[in-house]
Design a protein around this ligand. Structure first.
Ligand SMILES: [Zn+2]
Length: 546
């Protein structure tokens, strides 16, 4: 019904060819990252339009629908969820306010539990440093209590803003606790981002009961414990706390949908097995206010080399001079241009485009032995919700998915975009974590190229502070024991900034990534044996570990 009311989405120019070419990927990204897509946020009309475009392209290519009831779509039962703005914690005579002294991080996105956490007489207890597995308090000591933790340490030994893995570790350690509070709110690069409306799934796919989680400021930690955390031993008790925290769920504005299409294999036995290849169709929508594109870009070039992932600092006088001279040089080319739409050309317009081009090439070639499943996930930015739902409700038997290849942010990676960048740099994450054979396939396909990629495994290192192994859709496949490989060309200054635009994409490199991923998928589809899982499988209910 909704589709009939929507203004038309421009299709790819008639020029797209079965072959993967820089000009094809360019024409597709200019459609996907157009302002009319409104930042493609899951559950909004923008993402719905994007999925219409993807579904129509899949049909035009002659791919088989593999979503719900013979369609290209799988509807994800998503709800919008935001913390109730009157939420507070009362510690002794102090009242701690939401978004000022604390922010909820669990269960804001990935599961539906009670929508209120109202507890009086909650005892705070110090649990040491978040993520430190050498400290485990007695179960009886933490049962029903609020475990207060110091900020986790990054790989450089310094307190880090990254809390997901540490938070998950603590939730696993203390399933009987009422809540966990991590004192890293002061370290967050954009604390205001927690005020954005989040989303959740109206059905709990993963049973995720357990403690609620909040990030707190150092000052709030002192108020909860009665003194600085640095002077406390694990197990020390703090003040009695009253929790008045709530979440408000509302309906999404437009259906959130995964797009699922298939190229069926020909082998009488192997065609019932699937090689899955994926990207995410969604991005983060529209900013609360407009900013001037070139000024912001000049500022971030100097101050935030990884965009929204770099914590903003105050420029020195010398840095200001560089920023202003950069801005002035851009002013000579064009007048100021205000911008408020997160176009997500790279994140993940690049992966979505590569997936279309890969699908178009497969559709024009003789079929392989195994079937190939193309999945454009929604809700990645909302907490990997689309892939969580898909892997919990696969439209083909889950144990027949032999591997998943994920592409997220494969459109940049020039030397000026990322310190490790260059024309041949390709980051690969996770490719030997479940199956060393999958890693061998990737290496052998790469080795056969005229000009091989320099495969960069540095972001796959266990414990790497960027936590990339846990931060995109492949994670939900790996959780279920499916071997994965995640390809990326890396973070850059436009990451989660309105300046992530089509004009900055490296189209030549992107088309080469798509061609390579096509060949990896073809190799997996045609080899006799599926990649053997010869490394330990994770517990599907455990938090992800980088
Ligand atoms: Zn992404």
């Amino acid at each position: 019904m909704l589709a009939a009311c929507l203004p038309g989405v421009r299709g790819a120019r008639p020029g797209t060819t079965p072959a993967i070419t820089p000009s094809d990927v360019r024409s597709r990204i200019y459609v996907i990252a157009d302002d009319s897509m409104l930042g493609r946020q899951s559950g909004t009309v923008g993402n719905f339009k994007m999925t219409e475009y993807l579904g129509r392209e899949a049909a035009r290519m002659g791919l088989e629908p593999a979503g719900d009831r013979g369609t290209y779509f799988q509807v994800v039962p998503m709800v919008m969820r935001r913390p109730d703005s009157s939420s507070r914690l009362i510690a002794g005579t102090d009242t701690l306010g939401i978004f000022k002294d604390f922010v909820p991080f669990r269960p804001t996105s990935t599961a539906r539990v009670g929508t209120r956490i109202d507890i009086a007489g909650l005892q705070a207890v110090f649990g040491g440093r978040a993520g430190d597995t050498t400290v485990v308090l007695d179960k009886a000591l933490v049962a029903g209590k609020l475990v207060v933790l110091d900020a986790p340490l990054g790989s450089n030994g310094q307190p880090t803003a990254t809390y997901t893995t540490a938070g998950g570790t603590e939730a696993m350690k203390y399933p009987g606790a009422a809540g966990i509070a991590i004192a890293s709110l002061d370290l967050q690069s954009s604390p205001q981002s927690f005020q954005r409306q989040g989303s959740g799934i109206s059905e709990s796919v993963v049973s995720s009961r357990g403690p609620g989680g909040i990030l707190i400021t150092t000052l709030a930690a002192r108020k909860l414990m009665g003194r600085d955390l640095g002077g406390l031993n694990p197990g020390a008790t703090g003040l009695p706390v009253e929790s008045r925290i709530g979440f408000v769920d509302s309906a999404v504005k437009a259906p959130a949908r995964n797009v699922v299409a298939m190229r069926r294999g020909t082998d009488p036995f192997l065609s019932s097995e699937y090689v899955a290849v994926g990207a995410h169709s969604d991005h983060i929508g529209v900013a609360s206010g407009p900013v001037e594109h070139d000024s912001l870009r000049a500022f971030n070039r100097v101050m935030r080399p990884e965009g929204n992932q770099t914590r903003a600092a105050t420029p020195t006088a010398a840095q200001w001079r560089t920023i202003l001279s950069l801005r002035d040089s851009l002013r000579k080319i064009r007048p100021p241009r205000m911008d408020s739409i997160f176009n997500g050309a790279d994140d993940d317009g690049s992966g979505s485009t590569a997936l279309l081009e890969i699908a178009e090439q497969f559709a024009s070639q003789p079929r392989g032995r195994r079937s190939i499943l193309f999945v454009w996930h929604t809700g990645e930015e909302s907490g990997l919700l689309g892939s969580m739902y898909f892997t919990g409700h696969t439209t083909v038997p889950r144990d027949k998915i032999v591997a998943q290849v994920n592409m997220d942010m494969v459109g940049r990676g020039r030397k000026e975009d990322t310190p490790t960048g260059g024309p041949l740099n390709l980051q690969a994450i996770g490719m030997r974590r479940l199956s060393t054979e999958l890693g061998d396939v990737v290496d052998s396909v790469n080795g056969a190229r005229t000009v091989p990629w320099e495969i960069d495994l540095s972001f796959d290192a266990p414990g790497h502070a960027q936590n990339r192994y846990c931060r995109s859709d492949h994670q939900n496949y790996a959780r279920h024991g499916i071997p994965i490989v995640y390809f990326s060309r890396g973070y850059h200054q436009d990451y989660h900034v309105v300046t992530d635009e089509a004009e900055y994409i490296d189209y030549d490199a992107l088309s080469r990534v798509a061609g390579f991923v096509h060949d990896v998928v073809a190799a997996l589809a045609n080899r006799t044996d599926r990649p053997r899982v010869n490394r330990p499988r994770p517990n599907p209910l455990s938090p992800c570990r980088q």
